[in-house]
Design a binder for this molecule. Structure first.
Ligand code: NAD
Length: 508
């Protein structure tokens, strides 16, 4: 598939990629919107069971040859892909911004982090070496190897449409598996485009298939006995259901869910630095990041007042507009339904008694009156019993919570149902160390607002932010997408011939 053909495709209907070919499948289709204008830009096909079955059949057929392809050749496909991703970066980012709404600079940041995952997958020969012990007994050698699982599958959310698929399938296929990807139906085109680039990079047909769709398609992936493992990233209720159903059908499942990340600001923190960091963490990508910071816990009223004043002043300087406009700091929300939901939470916060310091409702972006723009909102005096505190809003809404001590801040965070990320702003090393040692959260930043691990570490939350044992990408991806085989070998010769032995074998 050439890039020109991909351009044509992106202009009309988003089809499935099965067996290396774009295919129709399913009787339903759904509009894909440009959230900056509210216009329908293309339609995406929604797969039915037969379409997903065809993708699994293709992946199953491709598995034996791909599994036996030397890892270095699989790795070379990743190296070629990463060059193609760099070469086509502008096109990919344009697609992400067009369908998701985030600014072009933010799309570029997403793609850069995505490419780093492909780069890690290109080093798979090192990662698959396994362990070897010679002479564990007389003339006996033992080793462990990582073997591919077979057909694996991934289901991804709308908010990082290019990156999250690349958390999954490059490592899965580099490890020798084949893959069926089900991207978000809200912004499906960049994932499909990248899959086509993978074919161009030399990935054999059937090794990576892309089916678009909703629950109907996902249910087939979760129940078909030919699928060995499922990776999921999305909201917590769906993650929990995916984990339960996938496990009940004997699959290995990792299901990453939602979040409500708290930043703690200590009285000794560098407040202007914390304010600057929080602005990006709360409002970057319109708050639609699972590592976004929608809550800041100020320790002491002096810190709270300084934060409130600093954040309000910075918000007044923010530019909200289409992601394609050079000056925009923040684009629109992803869909009208999500816009209504987030605006509803702002209404709710007022009704619950939080103080709305900055009200982003009613924002108009000239020339984009039908876009899903909500201005940044700042609440103060948010309390833990409020729904705007407890629930994931996933929009540009930041709440200040006031406490008196670090321990109170930590108790709040530990009591929250989500455990994805958190951060602390302080100059006190002892406090920071205590915080990172004891907090019940999977990813912790110390004066770092978005502690998203780099591609060679793994990503995952605790509590109801992750169902399963292994985190996403990085070293955990090798563990997730392979199973260990332990082999013990002896070649009887001269000195080591023995008769029957009835005791448990040991090296004595
Ligand atoms: P979502 O749960 O609505 O959808 C995620 C995927 O699941 C999509 O592909 C969707 O088609 C599919 N899906 C939706 N409902 C389903 C159902 N009932 N059965 C089977 N499949 C279903 O999530 P979203 O709105 O696309 O993404 C935002 C959510 O993802 C937020 O909660 C965010 O915190 C979370 N997220 C988490 C991480 C993380 O690493 N923990 C990363 C990114 C996003």
């Amino acid at each position: 598939m050439t890039s020109a053909a991909i351009n044509d495709l992106a202009a009309a209907i988003v089809r499935h990629l099965i067996d290396g070919r774009l295919q129709d499948g399913g009787s339903h289709r759904q509009p894909v919107y440009n959230p900056a204008t509210g216009a329908v830009i293309r339609e995406v096909l929604l797969a039915d069971a037969a379409t997903v079955d065809a993708a699994i059949t293709s992946a199953r057929a491709a598995f034996p040859a791909w599994r036996n392809t030397p890892p270095i050749k699989r790795a070379r496909v990743m190296t070629r892909l990463l060059r193609l991703l760099e070469q086509h970066a502008d096109r990919i980012c344009a697609l992400v911004t067009e369908e998701h709404g985030k600014t072009l600079a933010d799309s570029m940041g997403e793609l850069q982090r995505a490419i780093e995952n492909v780069e890690y997958a290109s080093q798979v020969t090192e990662l698959l070496k396994g362990e070897h012990s010679r002479n564990v007994g007389a003339g006996i050698d033992a080793w462990c190897e990582h073997q591919a699982l077979g057909v694996t599958a991934g289901i991804t959310p709308f908010n990082f449409p290019a990156m999250v698929p690349l958390w999954m399938w490059p490592m899965a296929v580099a490890c020798g598996n084949t893959f069926v990807l089900k991207p978000s139906e809200r912004d499906p085109t960049s994932a499909l485009f990248i899959a086509q680039l993978a074919l161009e990079a030399g990935l054999p047909p059937g090794v990576l298939n892309v089916v678009h769709g909703d629950k109907e398609a996902v249910d087939v992936l979760l129940t078909d006995p030919r699928v060995a493992a499922v990776s999921f990233v999305g909201s917590t209720p769906v993650a929990q259901a995916i984990y339960a159903t996938g496990c009940a059908h004997g699959k290995r499942v990792q299901a990453l869910g939602g979040a409500k990340n708290h930043a703690v600001v200590m009285p000794d923190a560098d407040i202007p630095n914390a304010v600057a960091a929080l602005m990006g963490a709360a409002f970057g990508s319109c708050g639609e990041r699972c590592m976004a910071v929608p809550l800041v816990v100020a320790v002491g009223n002096t810190a709270a007042e300084a934060l409130r004043a600093g954040l309000a002043a910075e918000i007044a300087r923010m530019r909200v507009g289409p992601g394609t406009a050079a000056g925009s700091d923040m684009g629109p929300l992803v869909t009208r339904a999500h816009f209504e939901k987030v605006r509803g939470y702002v209404d709710l916060g007022v009704a619950e008694g939080a103080e709305l310091v900055v009200d982003g409702r009613g924002l108009q972006v000239p020339g984009h009156e039908s876009g899903y723009f909500l201005g940044p909102c700042l609440f103060d005096h948010v309390r833990p019993e409020m729904r705007i505190y407890r629930e994931e809003i996933f929009g540009p809404v930041l709440g200040i919570v006031r406490v008196d001590t670090l321990q109170q801040a930590m108790d709040l965070i530990d009591a929250h149902e989500y455990g994805n990320g958190t951060c602390i702003f302080t100059r006190d090393g002892e406090a920071a160390r205590h915080f990172s040692d004891h907090i019940e959260i999977g990813m912790v930043g110390i004066n770092v607002p978005l502690p998203v691990p780099v591609a060679y570490h793994s990503f995952g939350g605790w509590k109801r932010s992750l169902f399963g044992d292994l985190h996403a990408y990085g070293p955990d991806a090798v563990r997730f997408y392979t199973r260990r085989k332990a082999i013990t070998q002896r070649w009887p010769s001269g000195g080591v011939r023995e008769g029957a032995v009835f005791t448990f074998p040991s090296s004595r």
